[in-house]
Design a protein around this ligand. Structure first.
Ligand SMILES: [Mg+2]
Length: 172
């Protein structure tokens, strides 16, 4: 399944080579939430994540969060991100295209100018690929996740999930 290979692999959101992405024409970054920016069902961001988002924001990068979690609009995290101009799209049903289309429309960038960064092949990478985005696979922050995700992990193993690297590299 070629469609399920990420363009890039990195150990965490901190290890993504953002400068290379920007040099390649990426103008916006869409993050998965659970096990990418925060732990499963722990809907708050650590200070280093906020620092990362602020740094990207200062570089003029458009930012959004696209999550399958049913994060309510009224949640503190959604509100705090919104105050920073970072829109959160919850209950996104990745890899289905609807959420990707909505987030790209909001960011006002064509798909090839946007990167999807997430920890799952079958939702983040597959959906991002279908949408025509640049995709970056990161390691999950924790082994704690939903039963559905655990099932997806088994499928990932069968598909040959690419190994993480401390450094960003092209995986084909
Ligand atoms: Mg995730």
């Amino acid at each position: 399944m070629r469609g399920i290979r990420p363009h890039y692999v990195a150990r965490s959101v901190y290890d993504v080579d953002y400068d290379s992405l920007l040099q390649d024409g990426v103008e916006a970054i869409v993050y998965d939430l659970e096990n990418t920016l925060c732990r499963w069902r722990v809907w708050e961001l650590d200070p280093p994540v906020w620092a990362l988002l602020r740094r990207l924001e200062a570089q003029g990068v458009g930012l959004a969060v696209l999550t399958n979690a049913s994060l309510p609009r009224s949640h503190t995290l959604t509100q705090t991100l919104a105050e920073r101009g970072i829109v959160v799209f919850g209950s996104a049903r990745k890899p289905l295209p609807g959420g990707f289309r909505a987030v790209l429309a909001r960011l006002r960038v064509p798909p090839h100018r946007a990167a999807m960064v997430g920890d799952q092949l079958l939702t983040d990478v597959l959906g991002g690929r279908w949408a025509g985005m640049v995709t970056v696979l990161v390691d999950p922050l924790s082994a704690e996740e939903s039963a559905f995700t655990k099932l997806n992990r088994q499928i990932e193993r069968l598909l040959g999930r690419p190994s993480p690297s401390r450094f960003l590299f092209r995986s084909g």
